[in-house]
Ligand binder design. Structure first.
Ligand SMILES: [Zn+2]
Ligand SMILES: [Zn+2]
Length: 187
């Protein structure tokens, strides 16, 4: 949803609010993931100085990510707890907040592009959350530490039992030889 930031930007008020996440999917360039559970976002927004806002937020998003090895869905909990300093007056607000120093903030360590979630005097909460979800995305997703993965020959999920394929033959030349042998046996 779009949160109106006029009170913060023009009247220097501090906003503390709970906002519902509207989306039911996380859409990224590398895939689309269902949001299976979500808490409201707790947001605190205030001016840091004339040209910067501080946005603090907390939320939990549960999603399903395919296991890196067997592609089974794995429930992943993204615990978002962030503090972003962003330039105030990004976008095309009716009255641009006077631009102060353009120096980068030292405590702003993220490579965040506020243009994508600040539109004029409005904050696109879902977009902000998507960015934070991405920063908290697990680098490795396994359904279990010793996931056996998929059989490279027939594609069966080996956690559900062995398919009986001869998987030592990973070398394609070797696989061809074995094919010949199995055809020979069938005759
Ligand atoms: Zn797995
Ligand atoms: Zn197999």
């Amino acid at each position: 949803m779009m949160l109106n930031l006029t009170d913060v930007l023009l009247d220097d008020q501090r906003i503390e609010t709970e906002v519902q996440i509207e989306s039911d999917r996380l859409d990224f360039s590398f895939g689309s993931f269902p949001i299976t559970r979500k808490t409201p976002v707790l947001l605190v927004i205030q001016k840091k100085d004339p040209s910067h806002l501080v946005i603090e937020g907390k939320a939990e998003i549960e999603t399903e990510i395919p296991c890196d090895r067997c592609l089974d869905s794995v429930t992943a909990l993204l615990q978002l707890d962030f503090r972003e300093t962003v330039p105030a007056g990004a976008g095309d607000g009716p009255d641009q907040v006077p631009q102060g120093s353009e120096e980068e903030d030292e405590d702003d360590e993220s490579s965040f592009d506020p243009d994508c979630f600040l539109e004029g005097y409005h904050l696109d909460v879902d977009k902000l959350l998507f960015g934070e979800a991405l920063l908290n995305w697990p680098s490795r997703v396994l359904c279990k530490e010793d996931c056996k993965g998929l059989c490279p020959v027939c594609g069966q999920n080996l956690n559900h039992g062995d398919c009986g394929c001869e998987r030592k033959a990973l070398d394609p030349r070797m696989a061809k030889v074995l094919d010949v042998f199995s055809k020979f046996k069938e005759v």
